[in-house]
Design a binder for this molecule. Structure first.
Ligand code: SF4
Length: 409
């Protein structure tokens, strides 16, 4: 691992959106995105506007012809979805929506929440480019305000330990390098300061043979000096000061365990079988391509010299080599959006068998091996918070949805 000195602040580069690592689109070859770089302890944040991110999202999938229809109505989604249901291997959800991007951890969580809603939202997101219309997971438009407040809180938490600064990326290689440098700097911060936030994670899930990506809210080093296993923390914010329902907690546990699963995969393969070739092949990257001046400067400021993506990947691998597996004890925390008080906190025991089965169940849908299922009968209250209720064939009951409180996360 490289660090400039004990006093010099390393740069952590922040992606322009949760693009490669979470929900938003990967940068286009044709329209290089703005990106951000992040300095710890700096003074200001210049995040890319949501407008530009959405525009990229709409332009970034040259192979996705169905995603460029303009001015759609939400009522059209059901028809659209029925017409475009994946049929061949190269027409699966994974291929259509996560090609060269990897499966997001949030995809696994969303799929567990409601498979049919996941399908609807994947197709609808391609149609929606307006922030006001954008469909959110598990809450719908009525909860846009709460979702925005949750995002703001996460930015606030990140700014407590890091500072975001924009930089431009000019190629897919730049974009990948940016994420890896983010990870490297986040790990440096974890090691030296004992804590980091919004840590991007990119890992090849060997058992499933797919790339998965995510962003861990917080990673802490344990207080006990003899313990070297980092503790992963997922932070949810709630609009209402209520304890989350069991379905929500279960969903949060899956997300957390996915992060741990990916973390352990990276660590386990850091010394042997590090999947460099798979990385370049899957994301269609040229390891010898020269990085932009901005990226090269960012690497310099982070304390290592890199002129190409291949250079960054070597530092990335070295960083992974120094990591210990994440702690088997994970932390799921819910806090109030009103005053940030902790409403509920759970220490979650890692269950690898369970999380693997959840990922595999998710993949059955994403690889087109079966049809999407609807929510279970005892969880039909979820439908009351779903934007696609008028389109959904699985929704039948109107009485069960209003009595439960699904506070926004
Ligand atoms: S209405 Fe209910 S079953 Fe249908 S997609 Fe929405 S949450 Fe799922």
């Amino acid at each position: 691992m490289v660090r400039t000195s004990s006093k010099k602040i390393p740069i952590v580069i922040l992606s322009d959106e949760e693009d490669v690592y979470t929900e938003a689109s990967t940068p286009s070859k044709h329209t290089p995105p703005l990106a951000s770089k992040l300095h710890r302890n700096g003074k200001s944040i210049d995040s890319v506007s949501a407008q530009s991110k959405r525009r990229l999202c709409m332009c970034s999938e040259p192979d996705g012809d169905m995603r460029f229809i303009s001015e759609p109505d939400i009522e059209d989604y059901g028809y659209f979805l029925r017409k475009k249901k994946p049929k061949a291997d190269n027409n699966t959800l994974l291929h259509l929506f996560r090609s060269k991007r990897g499966l997001f951890v949030t995809d696994v969580a969303k799929t567990e929440w409601c498979e049919r809603q996941t399908e609807f939202s994947l197709f609808s997101e391609e149609w929606k480019s307006n922030e006001g219309k954008r469909v959110g997971f598990g809450g719908g438009r009525r909860n846009n305000e709460a979702i925005k407040a949750g995002r703001n809180r996460h930015v606030q938490l990140q700014q407590e330990v890091q500072t975001l600064v924009e930089l431009k990326v000019k190629s897919r290689e730049d974009d990948m390098a940016m994420k890896l440098v983010n990870f490297i700097n986040g790990v440096n911060q974890l090691v030296f300061d004992g804590l980091t936030r919004e840590l991007p994670i990119l890992s090849f899930a060997f058992a499933q043979g797919i790339w998965m990506v995510g962003q861990i809210d917080e990673v802490q080093m344990p207080r006990a000096k003899k313990d070297h296993n980092p503790i992963l923390v997922e932070i949810k914010t709630r609009f209402q000061d209520t304890v989350p329902l069991e379905a929500q907690k279960r969903n949060g546990r899956i997300q957390l365990m996915c992060y741990k699963y990916l973390w352990n995969n990276i660590v386990a393969h850091a010394h042997h079988d590090f999947p460099c070739k798979q990385l370049y092949d899957y994301f269609e990257l040229n390891p010898r391509r020269t990085l932009s001046k901005d990226l090269q400067a960012a690497c310099d400021e982070s304390g290592f010299t890199a002129r190409s993506l291949g250079d960054v990947v070597r530092y990335y691998q070295n960083t992974c080599k120094m990591l210990a597996p994440a702690s088997d004890m994970l932390v799921l925390r819910y806090e109030s959006q009103r005053d940030h008080s902790v409403l509920y906190e759970e220490k979650v025991a890692y269950d690898e068998g369970w999380v693997k089965s959840e990922i595999e169940s998710c993949l059955e849908l994403w690889l087109g091996r079966r049809e999407a299922s609807f929510v279970a009968e005892d969880e039909q209250w979820k439908c009351g918070y779903c934007d696609f209720v008028s389109e959904c064939e699985g929704y039948t009951d109107t009485d069960t949805v209003s009595t439960q409180s699904l506070a926004s996360e």
